[in-house]
Design a protein around this ligand. Structure first.
Ligand SMILES: [Zn+2]
Length: 343
């Protein structure tokens, strides 16, 4: 990863799309595996232990299936509450060092189970990591309780119910991640309903085409979408999304790594912004895609011509659409307004 320019580093940033286990660094995975006496899956890391092996397939890109396996393998090095505390703190600290003022992380009760923790044990552990980072760096964080599409509708419904039955002040939304080609959006309506949360997002229009975006909008009643990038294939849908002031959580490096688009020029980030969509950025699974929220802003600047003012607008969009209480939103807006654009 190339170093961030100082100009980009200073811009206040928001990471609106990031999955907690996708922030584990190879070094952290190694450290946690050692202290837990766990041998990581042979396919997870390079021989040196300094990178996740799936990303080093010689092409600089990987398959969705390979990624999902690696993600679960990285999760499985964790065994204790302390592990979740450590990865949360580590991600938030690194992000704050790059100018991130707010992150909304996807958390997964199913992955908590994989680690051996109940949902509430996992939430408490994450909260501890957050409180330490917040105290040291001022970064704010909220959580999106996320079901995993390829685990199926029944598992998702359980996540919805567990979210509803264990309300937590930092869990402010319900979402869905995973393989968009598994099952259909309609199958997950009960999970969203069960969660009882009004704030909603869902992965759509990444691995699958515009139709999932339509379904997510119509069946889940959302206007904030994980990715949404393949909506670009459907002109009429694009017009409708602009009218809806839809909020795509765009993760450019992730899309390139997973070959949703072959190169930067083919990616619709700039078109989305110019069309009037309320574009926001996310790092998705930063350590698996060799990125960070700072780097996503830098990519927008270097490869899509976003000016400093436009980058700030992305942060403003994200704060306006964040799943957060109004007092916190006002504080975040103040932080954005306190940033003086140099040129
Ligand atoms: Zn994602």
């Amino acid at each position: 990863m190339t170093a961030l320019s100082e100009q980009i580093r200073l811009i206040p940033k928001v990471d609106l799309h990031v999955h907690l286990e996708g922030t584990i660094t190879p070094a952290m995975a190694k450290k946690i595996a050692e202290r837990n006496g766990v041998t990581p899956a042979a396919t997870l890391m390079s021989a040196q232990g300094d990178s996740f092996r799936w990303e080093s397939d010689g092409t600089g890109a990987g398959s969705l299936k390979g990624f999902i396996e690696a993600y679960d393998d990285a999760t499985k090095v964790m065994k204790k509450a302390q592990d979740y505390t450590d990865i949360t703190y580590d991600y938030l600290k690194r992000s704050a060092d790059e100018g991130c003022i707010y992150a909304e992380i996807g958390i997964s009760a199913d992955h908590g189970v994989m680690v051996g923790l109940t949902y509430t044990e996992m939430l408490d552990a994450i909260t501890k990591g957050y409180e330490r980072a917040h105290e040291e760096c001022g970064i704010e964080m909220r959580m999106i309780s996320t079901c995993v599409r390829h685990y199926g509708p029944e598992a998702a419904l359980k996540v919805g119910k567990i979210t509803h039955d264990n309300p937590h002040p930092l869990v402010t939304a319900f979402g869905m991640a995973g393989d968009e080609n598994a099952h259909s959006i309609a199958d997950f309506v009960p999970a969203y309903e069960a969660s009882g949360l009004k704030n909603r997002t869902a992965h759509a229009g990444e691995a699958s085409g515009p139709e999932t975006v339509r379904q997510a909008r119509d069946l889940l009643h959302i206007r904030r979408f994980g990715h949404m990038v393949r909506a670009i294939e459907d002109e009429k849908l694009m017009e409708e999304l602009v009218a809806l002031k839809a909020v795509p959580e765009v993760c450019v490096s992730s899309n390139l790594f997973l070959k949703v688009f072959p190169y930067y020029a083919a990616h619709p980030l700039r078109k989305f912004f110019d069309a009037g969509l309320k574009v926001t950025l996310g790092s998705d699974d930063p350590t698996f895609f060799d990125t960070s929220i700072g780097r996503e802003y830098q990519v927008a600047h270097q490869h899509f011509g976003f000016t400093e003012r436009e980058l700030l607008k992305l942060s403003q969009n994200a704060v306006e659409e964040a799943f957060v209480d109004e007092d916190t939103r006002a504080r975040l807006i103040e932080r954005l307004e306190g940033y003086a654009i140099a040129a």
